[in-house]
Design a protein around this ligand. Structure first.
Ligand code: ADP
Ligand code: MG
Length: 741
């Protein structure tokens, strides 16, 4: 059995199973081996039917009988009913609101059922039990668990310590006492996975998988080899082994990401870029024309960036700063330096800048900001988005921009007449050709590799400098991992004069008071955001769907019951870009007082007159996301307010949200998210391209640092090692997975 073999060649699969495997993206033997369980069920502790009493949580092994769909006798609630029989008798099973369960299992299916014994003694039943199909051998195992663990305990204890894992011998005869639970899909169960993997291991699939990572590395960190780790993952003898295996895979994933980043960095250091060297006098003049005094942090960032770009080697820098810390102004200075530099060997024209934003709203906003920054300088600025192109200045007036055709814009970009082009993704389409692209500025994007930079440059030209900017507060471990190839500059200072934002956790009975405060501000001519977790009301068919506030219903309610005298509009992701743009524009122009929105307003939108944000269903958001939402109102010099309204009154919820009032910055909140809610809650997690196991590693700074250290050492010392075919294949595969888009 080879790792690359199609599963269909080794297993007889039903159509349902084929469909399920396809859905889980499992095609080959290797895919299946790397389909990891997310938890383990321990055998043992099973009760028997005859001894059950009401109120007890019970775990039973037996066969199903007479499953059928019913309606509750008085309540008319749809439900499933049936029996579970073991050697000592049978007990009724009941699933309220889950009529489909009866159709999922045939009579005689052997299962483990876990649930609460309910009803009165004499008339007891198992309420909403969880069923897990098991095999006869497993049932036997569960039953004889007591004996088994006694038999094994002597040998197991010598294997549990990480230092001893080398001595682990795979010929241990005892079957696992932990039952792996896998991500399932309709048509395929954990039981199937356990059996299929057992079969593969028996048939020698493990002998064929090769470890792409140098073995000494794992030895050094006391982590199991690939083969051992796979066994420990799927059929652990104890949970410590399973954990060691997970750790190994987490380490491996972070190591590969780091390897790729460090290699990227190395490759870049060999490229040439444009030497951008604008006279300091001009820079001072440009910065001096700002309508504000730059913060010390901005000054430092500007200095570093200018120095990078002077060197002639490509800059790869990440500018990280909380919302409102003034990243756009720093970007403008970098752009100014580029466009005031002549292309080499030319006595006219300018180097070019591409400035990419994640949404049209933001691209437009950056365009407006740049127009202000460059108002008195003779520079053309273009805007390209999916819904239209603009150029500044217009022929009619210096202070205005004008809509132009895409073809015209592209022509001017290609001949260098438009040196600054701002836009969305439309900016990096093939049809967009620059003459002398020297600087790429990316706002709130996560990855942008050398290849993409090369694509943007002309074939014969140097690769452009890269300034990446983000306000997404991420924990240190994640930053080290995903931004391993970038140099980091922090904007850790807010512009002077900003008032500290007043954040209040609003309990359900204080809602009216919050509205009163909002009314006061609206009367003063200020504007407000109301954020809801959903767009629409939940589907009424899904009886148990959570009742989160929706943008549409909440906007109607506010208009009808609370703020009839004010203009209210909505903004959410299902609107077309045009609708979104126009809602936002109306808000900017203060034709709207209250904007009810989903978290789409999260990234970078800037309306200085908006001083309040009310966040409904706040516990549904991560702390760092809440922080970013709150960032919508920190832009102005008016006192700003953030009302955080949870749905529940739970102590824990309140305690967690409280961190919003005490944490010093977004990074602290991101760390808290990671520790309290786990890596799944980190904002933007989908974009990082890291698997669940890899994300788990992020809780472990030491592990991440070790992986980084090793990757760096490998790239530095043994560049030829990167040519090793297995490493190369693994890298190529992972690079694909981890690259932005
Ligand atoms: P972000 O870092 O979130 O992108 P922006 O660049 O949008 O922040 O800046 C937020 C607001 O602060 C803008 O209106 C900008 O003009 C203003 N601003 C930037 N730097 C300063 C400063 N040093 N002093 C005062 N206001 C500033
Ligand atoms: Mg910004």
């Amino acid at each position: 059995m080879q790792p690359g073999d199609q599963l269909a060649n080794h297993f007889r699969l039903t159509d349902a199973q084929k469909g399920a495997l396809a859905k889980l993206e499992i095609k080959t033997v290797r895919d299946l081996l790397f389909h990891f369980p997310f938890r383990y069920e321990q055998g043992g502790g099973e009760a028997s039917v005859s001894g059950l009493v009401a109120g007890q949580e019970a775990s039973l092994i037996g066969t199903l009988e007479k499953l059928e769909t019913k309606k509750g006798w008085k309540s008319r609630i749809p439900m499933s009913e049936g029996y579970l029989r073991d050697g000592t008798g049978r007990i009724k099973l009941r699933w309220f609101h889950q009529p489909y369960i009866a159709k999922m299992y045939a009579d005689g299916t052997l299962v483990k059922a876990v649930g609460k014994v309910s009803g009165k003694d004499g008339k007891i039943y198992l309420a909403n039990p969880e069923l897990q199909k098991i095999s006869a051998t497993e049932a036997g195992l569960f039953a004889s668990q007591e004996n088994l663990s006694k038999k094994l305990s002597g040998r197991l204890s010598t294997q549990s310590g990480a230092a001893d894992f080398q001595t682990f011998s795979q010929d241990l005869p005892a079957p696992s006492k932990f039952f792996a639970q896998y991500p399932e899909s309709r048509g395929i169960t954990s039981l199937w996975f356990r059996h299929a993997i057992e079969k593969m291991i028996k048939e020698g699939a493990l002998e064929m998988v090769e470890d792409p990572v140098p073995f000494e590395l794992f030895k050094k960190y006391n982590l199991p080899t690939l083969k051992t780790a796979l066994v420990w993952m799927h059929a652990p003898q104890n949970l410590k082994d399973a954990e060691a295996a997970r750790k190994r895979f987490a380490f491996e994933e972070v190591f590969f990401i780091q390897l790729e980043r460090q290699r990227e960095k190395l490759l870049q250091s060999r490229e040439k870029s444009f030497a951008i060297d604008a006279p300091q006098k001009n820079i001072d003049e440009f910065v001096g024309a700002f309508p504000f005094k730059a913060t010390k942090a901005q000054e430092r960032a500007i200095e570093t960036i200018l120095k990078d770009m002077k060197s002639g080697y490509p800059m790869s820098r990440l500018l990280e700063g909380d919302v409102g810390s003034g990243k756009t102004a720093v970007a403008a200075v970098a752009a100014y330096a580029a466009v005031s530099t002549r292309p080499q060997g030319q006595s006219y024209g300018a180097l070019q800048v591409a400035y990419m934003a994640p949404t049209e709203i933001l691209a437009k906003q950056h365009f407006e900001s740049f127009i202000k920054f460059f108002e008195t300088f003779p520079i053309n600025i273009g805007l390209i988005t999916g819904s239209g192109c603009y150029k500044f200045p217009s022929k009619i007036g210096r202070g205005k921009s004008t809509a132009i055709s895409r073809a015209q814009l592209l022509k001017w970009v290609a001949n260098g007449e438009i040196p600054i082009l701002i836009g969305t993704h439309a900016l990096i389409q093939k049809s967009v050709k620059f003459k002398h692209l020297a600087l790429v500025i990316i706002d709130e994007q996560h990855r942008f590799g050398t290849d993409q930079r090369k694509q943007l440059a002309r074939k014969d030209a140097h690769i452009p400098h890269l300034l990446s900017m983000t306000a997404t507060p991420i924990p240190r471990t994640l930053a080290l991992t995903v931004y391993g190839d970038l140099d980091l500059t922090l904007l850790d200072e807010m512009p002077a004069g900003r008032k500290h934002i007043i954040t209040e956790i609003v309990k359900p009975d204080q809602r009216d008071k919050a509205y009163e405060k909002m009314r006061d501000e609206l009367k003063e001519g200020r504007q407000a955001y109301v954020i809801c977790p959903r767009i629409d009301e939940p589907d009424p068919d899904k009886a148990f769907a959570l009742m989160a506030k929706s943008v549409k219903a909440e906007a109607e309610r506010l208009k009808k019951d609370i703020f009839p005298e004010y203009a209210i509009a909505i903004l959410h992701s299902k609107m077309t870009p045009k609708e979104k743009g126009s809602a936002m524009q109306q808000f900017v122009e203060h034709k709207i007082d209250i904007l009810v929105a989903t978290s789409v307003v999260e990234v970078g939108v800037n309306v200085q007159n908006a001083t309040m944000i009310m966040i409904e269903g706040a516990e549904r958001f991560g702390l760092s996301q809440l922080h970013q939402l709150r960032g919508r109102v920190v832009r102005s010099n008016h006192q700003a307010y953030c009302f955080v309204v949870p749905e529940s009154r739970g102590e824990q919820t309140l305690a967690r949200l409280k961190a919003l009032t005490t944490a010093k910055n977004g990074f602290e909140l991101a760390e808290q998210d990671l520790l309290q809610r786990g890596p799944g809650e980190l904002s933007g997690r989908k974009q990082w391209g890291i698997s669940d196991i890899g994300m788990e590693a992020l809780k472990n700074l030491k592990l991440v640092e070790a992986a980084r250290h090793e990757a760096l050492a490998l790239v530095k010392k043994n560049e030829h090692l990167l040519q090793h075919p297995l490493l190369k294949a693994a890298l190529a595969q992972k690079a694909l997975a981890h690259h932005f888009e």
